[in-house]
Design a protein around this ligand. Sequence first.
Ligand code: C2E
Ligand code: MG
Ligand code: MG
Ligand code: MG
Length: 276
Amino acid sequence: VAKRDGKSCVRLFEKGMSGVASERMTLEQELRRAIAEQSIEPHFQPVIDTGSGNVVAVEMLARWRRNNESVPPLGFIRLAEDLGLINQLSMQLLEKGLTALRHFRQHYPELKLQINISPLQFADRHLALTMLQTIAAYDLPSTALAVELTEGAMLLYPEQVEQTMRQFVEAGVSLHLDDFGTGYSSLARLRDLPFDTVKLDRSFVVMLGEGDTTLSQAVFDMATSMHMDLIAEGVENQTEYEELQAIGYRQMQGYMFARPMPETALIQWLQAHAAA
Ligand code: C2E
Ligand code: MG
Ligand code: MG
Ligand code: MG
């Protein structure tokens, strides 16, 4: 079809491509600069134990302010991966996160930091060692850290993922399976890996709000039978909250409790929450 339509079609296609390509070049350059200048900042979202009302952890979520807009992490994390900059970015965020955690722990001494790890980071055989040394350098116990992986993380470097996970477990780092149920991992594979916590994806929480409890119940039963803890993500309203409670979920995270926020805002939030 392209051939029959002749040159004009080809030229149109090329023009379209070059527009997209130059936009990507600009984005690439700006991301390179943002990483070089360490200007990508962590935000933190509280995780609540609804049984006690305590804040048990905060999840670190990357934020890039570009042209006065907050670029969502899924886009630039992917780009940082493509550019081979994900390790550098992740280490910067880890150090910023640990600095903030030391401040949070002045108010909540037991607070844990949950961080997301990209599948590509497992290419580095020293990932666990480097991260553990960094935590120690910040004078924090490795039990203060939880590492979150998605099912997809296990596909790329399965052996190194396994080895790295064992190193984390030995050091007392908690391992969370993120977005469970949205990927393609088998139950047998999950049973063989040392996850201690499953995070229920927001897409299942949304179904709960629509009266469909099947998948949230199934994830709960599976995790419980494998002696894993659970955290429900993206809890936005009372209906979702009550449905989760009815199934047995206790740890929750979502806009209903608090949005992800910068360090200073979170410290204020923690103080207000402790007083309440
Ligand atoms: P995730 O780890 O599953 O994080 C949860 C996402 O849900 C976050 O999106 C959070 O802002 C959002 N969320 C929390 N509560 C609610 C709610 O009540 N309603 C709704 N609609 N959303 C809620 P965010 O910050 O856009 O991050 C998206 C994903 O990007 C994360 O998913 C994580 O996989 C990845 N990510 C974020 N920061 C990093 C990072 O530093 N490194 C890596 N490798 N990945 C990261
Ligand atoms: Mg996560
Ligand atoms: Mg998730
Ligand atoms: Mg998610």
